[in-house]
Design a protein around this ligand. Structure first.
Ligand SMILES: Nc1ncnc2c1ncn2[C@@H]1O[C@H](COP(=O)(O)OP(=O)(O)OP(=O)(O)O)[C@@H](O)[C@H]1O
Length: 742
C-alpha cells in the first residue's frame, strides 16, 4: 500500500532535504540562555519522529485509502496528493501530480506497536532523566491523527507516558526515597518540608488516590468512560504487567545510599488558561483555578502553585495519571469522537537523594510529556460555539509553535527574535529549546485522502522542526566539603524567609537560581538580597555544603534565638523613639503657642501706637492747611502785615511737618520690622498706614509748593512796596499823587 506512490512513473519527488548540520553552530543561538556556560552546552538537532496511524474500518469503507503516504526508507516518507486535494486542483494540470519527500529521525508505519514506538523515541530520554538530565517529548499533528493514542494509549496497549513511568519505576526499584521531606519547587529547585507539611502532603495524596478509587468505582457501575477507557476495557494492573520487564540498569558504582524521590504533576492549557488536572474540583469547569506561568532568573518557565504528588510506584503514578486524564477537556467533534481540546502536560520530577543523615539532594531532573491538541480546519470539523472557540485557541497556539520553530531555524543563519511569549504553550516549552534539556517531537499523521492538505502542512512544519538545533546542558554535580569558616558564613546569611518556609536550602550549586521575575515575585526585596548573597557565595566556590546534623540544628537554633532577641530589641527601640517624638512635639507646640501670643500682643500695641500718631499728624496737617488758608485771606484783606514774620512762621510749620513725617516714617519702619509681615492681620493695617503716610506726604509737598508760591508773591509785593516807598521819598507827595493818578 505504502509503496504504490513510488511505482508511479509520473511522480517527480520533490526532495525536502535536511541539511547536514554538523558544522560549527557556536554563534547560532541568539535566544539561548546567556547565563549558561557555553562549555556546558551540547548542541543537538531536535529529534523529530513520524508515526503513521492505520486506517480505521470506516475510513477504508469511505474510500479514504488512496495511497497518499508511502515510507521509502526508515527515515523518509513520500506524500502524494490525491486527485481530490486542494493542492492537486490548484497545481498546473499539465504537470503531473507532485509527490513530496520528507525526512525524519525515524518513520514509524501503521503497523508499529506501542512498545516499539516507545523504545525508538522516548526510552533514551528516560535514561537521560534518570541520569539527571531534563527531557521534553511532545506529540504534534492534526486532529484524529493518533497523538493521544501514542501519548497515552489504551490500558492494554500503553503509550509513551505509561511506558515511561513503568521504565522509571522499573529502573529505580529498591531505590525509591519514599519520605516526603524533599519536594520539587519551581523550576529546578526543591524545598525541605516540616513534619506538619509532610503530613499535609501525605493526606492530600491519600485523598487524591481515594478520589481515584471512587471515580473508578463510579465508572464501573455507571459505565461512564474516559477517552482512554473507551479504547479498551483492561485494568491498570495490565499496564504494569505489560511493560514490567523494562528497566535500565543504574550505574554499577552508584552508592548504596543513593535514592530517588519521584514526583508527578499533570496540567492542561485550555483556551490559553492553565489548569491543574489534579486539583480536587478539576472536573468542575466553572470553579477551576487558573494557574500562572512564571519564570526564574534564567528564563525557565514553571507553573506556579501546580500540584506535585509524590509517587512510590508505577501503579501510584498511573492512578494519578488516569485521574488527571479524566479531568482533561475532551469533547466529541465530527472528526474525532474523543478529541483532546487542550494541550496536556504530564511531568515527572526525580530528585536524586543521598540518604545519609539529613537527606541531601544531588540533582533534580524532569521528564515532561506533552500531548498537544490537534490542529483542525473548522470547515471540516464543522465546529460551533465552544468547540469553535477551542479550535481557534488550539490553532493559534500551534501557529505560535510553528513561528517559534521557524524563528529558531532562521536564527541559525541570522539572529532573530523567537516569539516564545506569544502563547502559553511556547512560553512553557521555551526552556527546552534554549538549553534546559533535550526535546523530541512525535509527529502523527493519518493517511486519509481527505486530510491530505492538513497532513502536507504538518509534514512541512516537521521538516523545518527537524532542522532546528537545540541546546542541552550537561549536569555534573560535584560534592566538595567547605571549610568551617565558609559554612559559618553561609549559615549566618540564611535569611528569615527561608527559615520560615521550612528551610529552602540550596545544596546544589549546579542547580539554577530560583528567584522569579520581578513582575511575578511576591517576596520581599530584603529576602532576595540575602538569597543573592548565598548564591554568590555558592557560585564562588561551585561546591556543595556538607553539615553535621547536630551542628546544623544548633546553628539554626542559635539563629532563631538571635532573631528573637533582635525582634525584641527592635520593638523596644521603636517604643522609645515614639515616646521621645511625642515629648518633643509637645514641647515645641507649647513654645510656638507662646510665641504666637507674644507676637499678637506686640502687633496690637504697635498698631494702636501708629494709629494714634497718624491721627495726631493728620490733625497737625489739617491745622496747618487751615492756617495757611486763613493767613492768605488775612494778608489779602489786611494788606501787608509783616511778611517777614509770616515767612518765618510758615517755614517753622514746614520744618515741623517734615520732622513729623520723618518720625512717622521711622515709626512705620520700626513697626514693620517688628511685625510678622506674612501675617495678614498685620500686613493689612500696615499697608493702610503706609498709604495714609503717602497721601500725607503728597499733601505736604503740595502745601510746600503753595507756600513757596505765596512766598514768591509776598516777596514781589514787598519789593514793589519798597520801591514805592523809595519813590515817595525821592519825589515828594505830589509826584506821588501824580503817579498815583497815573
Ligand atoms: N496506531 C494506532 N493504532 C490503532 N488505532 C489508532 C492508532 N492511532 C490512533 N488510533 C485511533 O485513532 C483514533 C484517533 O486517535 P487519537 O484520539 O489518538 O487522535 P488525536 O490525534 O489525539 O486527536 P485529537 O487531536 O482530536 O485529540 C482513536 O480512535 C485511536 O484509537
Amino acid at each position: 500500500m505504502m509503496e504504490s506512490g513510488l511505482k508511479d512513473e509520473t511522480v517527480r519527488p520533490e526532495m525536502i532535504v535536511v541539511e547536514d548540520l554538523r558544522r560549527n553552530l557556536s554563534s547560532e543561538f541568539g535566544e539561548c540562555s546567556d547565563l549558561q556556560d557555553p562549555a556546558d552546552l551540547v548542541k543537538e538537532h531536535l529529534k523529530v519522529y513520524l508515526r503513521i496511524r492505520p486506517f480505521s474500518a470506516a475510513e477504508i469503507e469511505n474510500g479514504e485509502s488512496q495511497d497518499c503516504v508511502a515510507i521509502q526508507l526508515p527515515e523518509t516518507v513520500l506524500l502524494k496528493a490525491p486527485r481530490s486535494s486542494l493542492s492537486a486542483r490548484l497545481s498546473d494540470k499539465s504537470v503531473p501530480v507532485t509527490a513530496q519527500r520528507f525526512q525524519f529521525s525515524q518513520v514509524y508505519g501503521p503497523e508499529t506497536r506501542q512498545k516499539e514506538m516507545f523504545d525508538g523515541t522516548v526510552r533514551s530520554l528516560v535514561k537521560d532523566v534518570l541520569e539527571g538530565q531534563n527531557s521534553l517529548v511532545f506529540t504534534y499533528g492534526v486532529t484524529n491523527a493518533g497523538k493521544t493514542f501514542t501519548y497515552l494509549g489504551p490500558d492494554s496497549n500503553p503509550g509513551i507516558l505509561p511506558c515511561s513511568l513503568n521504565m522509571i519505576f522499573g529502573s529505580l526499584e529498591g531505590r525509591i526515597f519514599n519520605q516526603m521531606c524533599l519536594k520539587p519547587q519551581r523550576c529546578r529547585d526543591f524545598i525541605r518540608l516540616t513534619k506538619e507539611q509532610q503530613n499535609e502532603e501525605a493526606a492530600s495524596k491519600r485523598n487524591l488516590l481515594k478520589l481515584f478509587k471512587e471515580t473508578d468505582a463510579h465508572k464501573n457501575t455507571s459505565c461512564q468512560s474516559s477517552k482512554s477507557d473507551l479504547e479498551d476495557g483492561s485494568s491498570l494492573c495490565d499496564i504494569s504487567s505489560t511493560v514490567n520487564e523494562n528497566s535500565f540498569a543504574l550505574a554499577l558504582d552508584m552508592d548504596i545510599n543513593t535514592k530517588f524521590s519521584v514526583w508527578v504533576s499533570f496540567c492542561e492549557i485550555y483556551n490559553e488558561n492553565i489548569h491543574d488536572l489534579l486539583e480536587q474540583n478539576a472536573s468542575n469547569a466553572s470553579r477551576r483555578t487558573n494557574l500562572r506561568l512564571c519564570q526564574d532568573v534564567k528564563g525557565n518557565a514553571f507553573i506556579k502553585e501546580l500540584k506535585w504528588v509524590q509517587v512510590n510506584s508505577a501503579d501510584e503514578a498511573f492512578k494519578v495519571m488516569k485521574l488527571g486524564k479524566r479531568n482533561q477537556s475532551i469533547s466529541s467533534t465530527k472528526l474525532n469522537l474523543l478529541s483532546s481540546r487542550s494541550h496536556s502536560i504530564f511531568s515527572v520530577r526525580i530528585l536524586k537523594v543521598e540518604d545519609v543523615g539529613i537527606p541531601r539532594v544531588e540533582s533534580v531532573s524532569e521528564l515532561a510529556l506533552c500531548d498537544l491538541a490537534g490542529s483542525e480546519r473548522c470547515a471540516k470539523t464543522q465546529n460551533k460555539g465552544d468547540r469553535l472557540k477551542e479550535a481557534g485557541n488550539i490553532n493559534t497556539s500551534l501557529l505560535s509553535l510553528g513561528k517559534c520553530i521557524n524563528a529558531l531555524r532562521n536564527n541559525q543563519q541570522a539572529r532573530q527574535h523567537v516569539p516564545f511569549r506569544e502563547s502559553k504553550l511556547t512560553h512553557y516549552l521555551q526552556g527546552y529549546f534554549t538549553g534546559r534539556g533535550k526535546a523530541c517531537m512525535i509527529v502523527n499523521i493519518n493517511q486519509c485522502a481527505s486530510m491530505y492538505d492538513e497532513t502536507l502542512n504538518v509534514l512541512k512544519f516537521s521538516a523545518v522542526a527537524q532542522k532546528v538545533v537545540v541546546l542541552t546542558t550537561k549536569i555534573a554535580p560535584v560534592v566538595v566539603k567547605r571549610s568551617a569558616r565558609e559554612v559559618s558564613f553561609i549559615i549566618n546569611n540564611v535569611d528569615r524567609r527561608a527559615l520560615r518556609r521550612s528551610s529552602l536550602v540550596r545544596w546544589d550549586p549546579s542547580l539554577e537560581d530560583v528567584q522569579e521575575d520581578s513582575d511575578t515575585e511576591e517576596e520581599d526585596e530584603e529576602g532576595s538580597e540575602m538569597e543573592d548573597t548565598i548564591l554568590d557565595a555558592e557560585d564562588e566556590g561551585k561546591e556543595t555544603v556538607l553539615l553535621d546534623k547536630q551542628v546544623y540544628e544548633a546553628q539554626l537554633q542559635l539563629i532563631e534565638e538571635i532573631q528573637q532577641q533582635l525582634r525584641k530589641e527592635r520593638a523596644e527601640l521603636f517604643a522609645l523613639e515614639s515616646r521621645v517624638r511625642e515629648e518633643v512635639t509637645k514641647e515645641f507646640s507649647e513654645l510656638i503657642s507662646h510665641m504666637q501670643e507674644d507676637y499678637s500682643e506686640r502687633i496690637s500695641r504697635e498698631r494702636e501706637l501708629i494709629e494714634e500718631r497718624c491721627e495726631r499728624r493728620l490733625e497737625i496737617l489739617k491745622n496747618l492747611v487751615g492756617k495757611a488758608a486763613g493767613e492768605e485771606d488775612c494778608v489779602e484783606s489786611a494788606g501787608i502785615k509783616s511778611e517777614e514774620e509770616n515767612h518765618v512762621y510758615l517755614e517753622g510749620m514746614l520744618d515741623s511737618i517734615s520732622n513729623d513725617l520723618v518720625e512717622i516714617r521711622k515709626d512705620a519702619q520700626a513697626a514693620q520690622s517688628c511685625l510678622v509681615t506674612s501675617d495678614p492681620r498685620v500686613s493689612g493695617p500696615l499697608h493702610d498706614l503706609e498709604k495714609k503716610v503717602m497721601e500725607l506726604s503728597e499733601q505736604l509737598s503740595e502745601a510746600q509748593s503753595q507756600l513757596s508760591l505765596k512766598t514768591q508773591e509776598l516777596e514781589t509785593q514787598s519789593r514793589l512796596s519798597d520801591e514805592l516807598d523809595d519813590m515817595k521819598k525821592d519825589n515828594g507827595e505830589p509826584r506821588a499823587k501824580a503817579m498815583g493818578a497815573d
